[in-house]
Design a protein around this ligand. Structure first.
Ligand code: PRP
Length: 211
């Protein structure tokens, strides 16, 4: 049988996703036993799982190293990989938002300094508003930027809001809601359609979610 290659995002979200695949009839029990190994397969049900960095899932799928995978809508919006977005899993929910210090007041005559890991999302958002910005691309701990005067605002993921609160920042605007999406490689979606459709249907039955 043709093995189905599935890229899972390493971490808590990935474990939830694996449980959904297991319930869909694609179990691979060894995955729960070893926490340093990265590839697991179960020939009997024709699946091979691998753990990758959440932000890399879409790359594996786009290039066909994985047939399907689960990626956050944030990554799909930021990198626009050429993949099919099959299903909204309705988990890993958060939002992409603009945040700033509580006393922030936008002066439209000045170029707005925006610190973010999501430069394309930030650029598209402010383009749509016709607002001039200067993007400061950072790789993490974005919340520090406005505190130290590196930027006026940040564009970042807000889940519980705790990180913002602990750093005395507040949400100025929500850009877009985010959740985890099941994605597929475009060519492999055709070759392995039966298995992939079976997974999509079963996950749909589990979540009652939306396409
Ligand atoms: C993300 C995000 C925020 C935080 C939001 O960071 O960038 O910092 O989670 O979550 P909260 O609203 O529940 O506090 P992540 O943990 O991915 O680390 P990072 O600093 O590398 O971005």
């Amino acid at each position: 049988m043709n093995m189905l290659n599935i890229a899972l995002p390493k971490g808590r979200l990935g474990e939830k996703v694996y449980d959904m695949f297991e319930k869909a009839g694609f179990a691979c029990p060894s995955i729960k036993e070893n926490n340093r190994k990265l590839i697991f397969e179960n020939e009997a049900c024709g699946v091979r799982y691998f753990w990758v960095k959440p932000s890399d899932v879409a790359i594996y799928v786009e290039r066909g190293a994985a047939d399907i995978g689960v990626a956050g809508k944030d990554i799909l919006l930021e990198y626009a990989p050429d993949v099919y977005e099959l299903y909204d899993l309705d988990i890993g929910k958060c939002r992409m938002a603009v945040a700033a210090k509580a006393d922030f007041c936008d002066d439209p005559r000045r170029t707005l300094k925006v610190a973010t890991k999501f430069s394309n999302i930030a650029k598209n958002y402010y383009d749509s508003l016709g607002r001039d910005i200067d993007i400061i691309h950072l790789n993490g701990s974005i919340e520090i930027a406005p505190i130290l005067g590196l930027s006026d605002v940040i564009v970042d993921i807000v889940e519980t809001g705790t990180t913002l609160k602990e750093n005395n920042l507040t949400v100025v605007e929500t850009i877009v809601p985010i959740s985890a999406r099941l994605i597929a490689n475009k060519a492999n979606f055709k070759f392995k359609n039966t298995q992939i459709e079976q997974i999509v249907q079963s996950i749909a039955a589990q979540t009652g979610g939306k396409k």
